[in-house]
Design a protein around this ligand. Structure first.
Ligand code: ADP
Ligand code: MG
Length: 606
């Protein structure tokens, strides 16, 4: 009887393998650039059209290929970089699997032009879906020039899966940046739809970092170096005051290869622990150089995850060297500790008088007046549009006393009178206030998010102009990927009450903001909106304005740990109950709950 097993034809096998190596245009860019580096190029130009969906072209001035190699390189397992399995443990090059070109050729239309010195004539080859279509001699400069057209033309499911051009372009920029950071002696440039996104000339590592990440970083880079028998660590970390609340400026490299390593990330964070707000993420560009036989780069097809033999020991060394650099630069004394976020563990020294714990509470209400310590008023956040009639919203009765959750329809009466509401803040996180059926607990951050979110959507639908025109417009420098995101969302951001526009290369200018944004925070908030937006981007169920309104809400809401004065709590509560849907935060988390009097009675029954 005939068997049922088929051997897949090579082009099908290659298409399947391609799925692992090539996920999107940026994967092609990465693989082609890595080949150029292995070919010792010192100038690499990347040209893309429609974020790589139509064209990806990588041009290098490396050593080029012979006519034979130009044909063979498209075969699966065609590599000049290893000859035996043993070589796998001593890889010095970026590539080694011989998969990239075969994979790319299986899912696109490729043209290769290449010439080696001292040949005078080079080779030009065209391939479509793994088949060589033409092979001719060609006049071309020394080096290799590969064009990849119509990526995934024969895998429609993959092609459909590609994101918007701005997302795909951002991935490409990030990929080139990773490689550029670890190869400052190579020139890189990127052109998109005929305009130059960046050009990074050959330079020192420090200058390359600044060219990639923006000159704001210039004053903030601290040198890092440690040599041990296990690993050499070098690079730069950012000063604490530069740390942002968003990711995007954290880079690890192992033997010149960008990797992600959440465990080592913690080692860095922990070194900053005492001097950085828990939300802030320090910038770092850290290089590990070590014996290739102490790591396994083979575990991940795109090679961004690496297994280390001595992970724990490296963690310790890394943590120590970051601490040491922070210490050496004597950074700690200049830092002022913010009360926010610091856990309240009192250090008891000899002769210290032990006093009762302090809580923040309404002045009118608190008999221990001198103990009140509240921070500067932040009522400006939500002072306007105060709903004078909040009380009316909730008047009525709740005779059966069964309110579990606060719903406006329940019309629970807040017993306090307007203007002298009794609010208490618990853990600088919850607002407590008595209502008829018990004790209402409000999550301050989620409440504020809800308020900002609804206001933002309202400005959008009413086409409102920004409520705060800035006296001094704020110029903000973004990195290239964030700038691409900004351009995509600019119109929608402006509809939420901002007035922003591009201002030269990778810079924007903010002329006005929604009233919910404090002027001093504009840069942070723009950064965070971009970051939040990126994280929501793949959610196709949401409209862009909704994503942005959520992002704005998260970015600008009062944080946990913020001490609120009674009046501020009052306004927050007023505005919350003026919302269409006060019960849930924009992402659907509960904002309010009521602890019923019966429950309290039950707890206290003797
Ligand atoms: P790998 O990089 O793992 O060897 P690839 O499929 O990426 O596999 O490339 C196959 C081979 O083609 C390489 O080993 C190299 O010999 C050759 N090659 C690819 N790109 C270039 C280039 N830009 N310049 C010179 N040779 C190249
Ligand atoms: Mg390769």
């Amino acid at each position: 009887m005939a068997g049922i097993i088929n051997i897949l034809p090579d082009n099908v096998a290659n298409q399947i393998a391609a799925g692992e190596v090539i996920q999107r245009p940026s994967s092609v860019v990465k693989e082609l650039i890595e080949n150029s580096i292995d070919a010792e190029a010192d100038s690499i130009t990347v040209v893309v059209k429609d974020a790589g969906k139509t064209l990806i072209q990588v041009i290098d001035n490396g050593k080029g290929m012979s006519e034979t190699d130009a044909r063979i390189c498209w075969e699966r397992h065609a590599t000049s970089k290893i000859k035996s399995a043993n070589d796998l443990f001593a890889i010095q090059t970026m590539g080694f699997r011989g998969e990239a070109l075969a994979s790319i050729a299986a899912i696109s239309e490729v043209q290769l032009k290449t010439r080696q010195d001292p040949e005078e004539v080079g080779t030009q080859i065209r391939i479509s879906g793994s088949k060589i279509v033409s092979n001719d001699p060609a006049a071309c400069p020394k080096g290799t020039n590969i064009s990849v057209k119509n990526l995934f033309f024969n895998v429609p499911a993959r092609r459909k899966f590609l994101k918007t051009n701005s997302t795909e372009l951002r991935h490409i920029i990030n990929e080139i940046h990773h490689i550029a950071l670890s190869h400052p002696s190579i020139e890189f440039s990127l052109l998109h739809n005929n305009s130059q996104i960046f050009n990074l000339p050959k330079t020192s590592l420090r200058q390359r970092i600044i060219n990639v990440m923006g000159k704001n970083l210039n004053q903030s880079l601290i040198n890092l170096r440690s040599e041990t028998s296990l690993v050499n660590i070098s690079g730069f970390i950012g000063k604490p005051e530069y740390a942002k609340k968003t990711y995007g400026e954290q880079f690890f490299f192992v033997n010149g290869r960008y990797i992600r390593h959440p465990y080592f990330h913690k080692a860095v964070l922990q070194a900053y622990e005492q001097i950085l707000h828990p939300d802030a993420i320090p910038a770092y560009i850290i290089f590990f150089e070590m014996d290739t036989n102490k790591i396994d780069i083979n575990i991940h097809p795109t090679k961004t995850e690496i297994k280390f033999e001595d992970e724990k020991a490296i963690w310790q060394i890394l943590n120590a060297v970051v601490r040491e650099s922070i210490g050496k630069h004597n950074l700690s004394p200049s830092l002022s500790f913010d009360k926010e976020g610091i856990i309240d563990i009192p250090v008891l020294r000899k002769n210290t008088e032990i006093s009762a714990p302090k809580i923040n509470i309404n002045q009118d209400y608190n008999p221990f007046k001198e103990e009140i310590h509240s921070e500067k008023s932040h009522a400006g956040y939500y002072r306007e549009e105060r709903n004078q009639n909040w009380e009316a919203l909730f008047q009525g009765n709740n005779k059966n006393g069964k309110t579990e959750k606060f719903l406006p329809e329940d019309k629970t009466t807040i017993e306090a009178k307007q203007g002298s509401g009794r609010f208490m803040q618990l853990k600088n996180r919850y607002i407590l206030t008595p209502v008829r059926s018990g004790l209402m607990v409000i999550d301050q951050k989620r409440a504020h998010e809800r308020i900002i979110y609804e206001k933002a959507l309202k400005s959008q639908s009413e086409n409102k102009i920004p409520s705060q025109k800035l006296l001094f417009p704020e110029m903000i420098e973004l990195n290239a990927p964030d700038f691409v995101t900004f351009v995509e969302i600019k119109q929608a951001i402006n509809k939420l009450g901002f007035e922003t526009e591009e201002f030269g290369k990778n810079s924007i200018i903010v002329n006005g903001t929604p009233e919910t944004v404090k002027n001093s925070d504009i840069k942070t908030i723009i950064d965070e909106i971009l970051e939040e937006y990126k994280s929501l981007e793949s959610d196709t169920s949401l409209k862009m304005v909704d994503k942005l309104a959520r992002s704005l809400a998260r970015a600008s809401a009062i944080p946990y740990g913020k001490v609120l004065e009674n009046e501020e709590m009052q306004i927050l509560v007023d505005q919350l109950f003026a919302c269409a849907n006060p019960n849930y935060s924009p992402v659907g988390k509960p904002v309010i709950n009521i602890i019923r009097t019966e429950e309290i009675e039950k707890i206290l029954k003797s």
